[in-house]
Design a protein around this ligand. Structure first.
Ligand SMILES: NC(=O)c1ccc[n+]([C@@H]2O[C@H](COP(=O)([O-])OP(=O)(O)OC[C@H]3O[C@@H](n4cnc5c(N)ncnc54)[C@H](O)[C@@H]3O)[C@@H](O)[C@H]2O)c1
Ligand SMILES: O=c1ccn([C@@H]2O[C@H](COP(=O)(O)OP(=O)(O)O[C@H]3OC[C@@H](O)[C@H](O)[C@H]3O)[C@@H](O)[C@H]2O)c(=O)[nH]1
Length: 348
């Protein structure tokens, strides 16, 4: 990466330290120089879609490391046995020794009900897991991308959120294992970059939805679609005026790959700026999927952010990326997948 000023190349901070030397095989004359890519958390929702896209390129070899806490082999079944694909049952809180050129580091439960289930483990995954992957990146000279989150902005007091906003995060709340965990993970990424010259990329992902989300994942889009298909009331948590901005998974994967392949460390927001209240989301799901379903208000959980919308100026300017799929077009694609898995046919 060029070492000119941060302002000129749009990066947050840059280092003068050269990156560690990649494996000699990279420059060997007769070795078939495939790109070896590790995807941690690759059996999960976003990870498995990312693997599908990476596997389309015949020059890529993909290794997935996953402990299957929220992910599943089912998400990767079309690749198991493929000569360019390997699946390892591995927990990132333990060191991993593999020879790779790039690391997409996604491993971490993402749905609040799952990351709050064992908060100490969530912190370990974010901190020790990221440390282990950075150690691996340093040893083999790989470039590493961290999937951070819009949750680093906490309950934001600036709207929409640019990357320069430092956030409003409760350090001792029930969500802290995840949002503070990701903040430390970002810190570790930059410290390894400055101290050891590691090539880093940080994506701050905003709420993403699409096929393959766990049916009982607990996140709002999967909950509403599953509820609509089961004729159960859509559970809007109070007050219902809180907002989120929803990005379809193929747009997200495109953004992550552009960030990895580009020249900018980030952090860069990747998300869809279309902003909806949870009541609006429920009304849209009702209209598109089941007009007879009831909408019910239920209790919320502590520290739920009241508003969230990405400022994607940086992604547009530095990555040439912006989302293409509107919520109204993405929901029916997810509905199709949920109908298949739940065995609920569309009424004629
Ligand atoms: N989906 C979103 O809206 C969203 C938003 C912001 C950030 N992210 C980030 O994107 C990444 C993927 O999220 P997702 O929505 O696909 O979630 P997911 O829960 O479907 O996937 C996470 C994967 O990580 C694996 N995993 C968890 N802990 C692990 C550990 N200790 N060792 C190895 N594997 C482990 C899980 O088994 C799963 O396969 C996460 O890092 C998440 O924080 C997602
Ligand atoms: O059934 C539900 C579930 C959730 N909600 C509401 O929907 C909103 C979104 O909740 P989700 O659980 O889907 O996700 P959150 O936005 O709170 O967190 C997400 O943010 C970004 C990522 O890092 C993670 O994927 C996740 O932590 C919240 O305001 C919540 O109160 C409902 O109204 N009904």
């Amino acid at each position: 990466m060029a070492n000119n000023s941060a302002a000129a190349n749009g990066d947050h901070q840059v280092t003068k330290k050269p990156p560690p030397t990649p494996s000699p095989l990279r420059f060997s004359k007769f070795f078939q120089p495939n790109m070896r890519i590790l995807v941690t958390g690759g059996a999960g929702f976003i990870g498995s879609h990312l693997v599908d896209k990476l596997m389309e390129n015949e020059k890529n070899e993909v290794i997935v490391a996953d402990n299957f806490f929220t992910g599943s082999k089912d998400n990767l079944k079309k690749w198991i046995g493929h000569p360019r694909f390997e699946l390892i049952r591995h927990d990132v809180t333990e060191p991993l020794l593999v020879e790779v050129d790039q690391i997409y580091h996604l491993a971490c439960p993402a749905s609040p009900i799952f990351y709050k289930y064992n908060p100490v483990k969530t912190i370990k995954t974010n901190v020790i897991g990221t440390l282990n992957m950075l150690g691996l990146a340093k040893r083999v000279g790989a470039r590493i991308l961290l999937t951070s989150t819009s949750e680093v902005y906490g309950d934001p007091l600036v709207h929409p959120q640019p990357e320069s906003y430092w956030g409003n995060v409760n350090p001792i709340g029930v969500r802290s294992c995840y949002d503070e965990g990701k903040r430390v993970a970002e810190t570790l990424m930059f410290d390894y970059h400055r101290q050891h010259g590691i090539e880093i990329r940080i994506a701050r992902i905003f709420n993403t939805y699409g096929p393959r989300m766990n049916i009982d994942d607990g996140r709002v889009v999967s909950n509403f679609i599953a509820q609509a298909l089961r004729d159960e009331p859509l559970t809007v948590q109070l007050p219902g005026t809180q907002t989120r901005s929803f990005c379809y998974v193929s747009d997200m994967v495109d953004g992550l790959i552009r960030l990895m392949e580009g020249e900018h460390t980030g952090p860069i927001n990747i998300g869809n700026p279309g902003e909806f209240t949870m009541l609006e989301l429920a009304e849209t799901v009702k209209e598109l999927i089941n007009p007879n379903v009831e909408i019910k208000k239920v209790e919320n959980t502590p520290d739920d952010p009241r508003q969230r919308k990405p400022d994607i100026t940086k992604a547009k300017e530095l990555l040439g990326w912006e989302p293409k799929i509107r919520l109204r077009d993405g929901l029916p694609l997810m509905e199709e997948d949920f109908r298949l898995r739940l065995g609920v046919a569309k009424k004629k």
